[in-house]
Design a protein around this ligand. Structure first.
Ligand SMILES: C[S@@+](CC[C@H](N)C(=O)[O-])C[C@H]1O[C@@H](n2cnc3c(N)ncnc32)[C@H](O)[C@@H]1O
Length: 225
């Protein structure tokens, strides 16, 4: 059964945030990159405009740009008022206020919306739900990314994460997951178990980045073949 629009809370980050979270340098940006759970982030749109080769996968890509736009309008004020209530959980150095954050997120999502239908036709936005098999050959991508999705939601469970990351590693030579914490910014037993599992067959590395907006959410997990 497909995803229900009323369950979707669209909220997307931009290329500057993606490059900081995932430590994507200029050489990385020349590689073939897949984003898993990219939702309405503007990374694909902005990076593609600079000539990069990016494919984004997300189950919400079954919706149209108009459906996304309507849903963003419905949830925007709710998310912003929750951020105001929980402002102490965030680090307000790069982004100085909730108002500035709202502007950054809306601008990212506007870029995504303006690009979405064309990008879908070009095959840059693909409707796909992990851990289902991806419509790609083994080793298609150099780098696979997951921002604010994998390892954050304990309720998805260990088996889901092992299956999802295994499928990502089938099509990507390297997977980067940010942040390495749960929704409250705490380290999790789930992440420890998942890292231990992949550490048996892959090289795993945890890198502290200088991107920390949510308190405690500053670590990147890299899994390489
Ligand atoms: C919090 S959003 C993050 C959006 C984007 N990565 C960013 O950082 O701006 C989480 C995303 O994960 C997607 N998602 C949820 N379940 C998924 C699944 N099983 N497979 C792939 N993506 C999924 C959601 O649709 C949503 O777009």
């Amino acid at each position: 059964m497909g995803m229900k629009l009323e369950k979707v809370v669209p909220w997307g980050r931009n290329i500057g945030e993606y490059r900081s979270m995932f430590l994507l340098d200029d050489d990385d940006m020349k590689k073939k990159i897949a984003g898993f759970g990219d939702g309405p982030a503007s990374f694909n749109c902005q990076a593609s405009a600079q000539g990069a080769d990016i494919t984004s996968f997300d189950p919400t890509y079954s919706f149209s740009a108009e459906q996304f736009r309507k849903r963003i309008g419905e949830v925007r004020d709710i998310i912003i008022s929750q951020m105001r209530e929980n402002a102490e959980n965030y680090v307000w150095d790069r982004i100085k206020s909730v108002q500035e954050l709202e502007g950054i997120r809306m601008s990212a999502m506007d870029m995504f919306l303006d690009d979405f239908e064309r990008g879908k036709a070009e095959g840059r936005y693909v409707c796909h739900e992990l851990p289902d098999r991806l419509p790609c050959d083994d080793g298609t991508f150099d780098i696979g990314l997951s921002s604010h999705f994998l390892l954050m939601y304990d309720q998805l469970g260990y088996d889901f994460h092992v299956a999802a990351i295994s499928e990502m590693l089938r099509v990507c030579r390297e997977v980067r997951i940010f942040p390495l914490c749960d929704l409250d910014g705490n380290s999790s037993e789930l992440a420890d178990k998942v890292i231990e599992y992949f550490g048996r067959s892959y090289k795993t590395e945890i890198v502290k980045t200088d991107y920390e907006f949510q308190r405690g959410a500053d670590k990147l997990l890299i899994i390489r073949r």
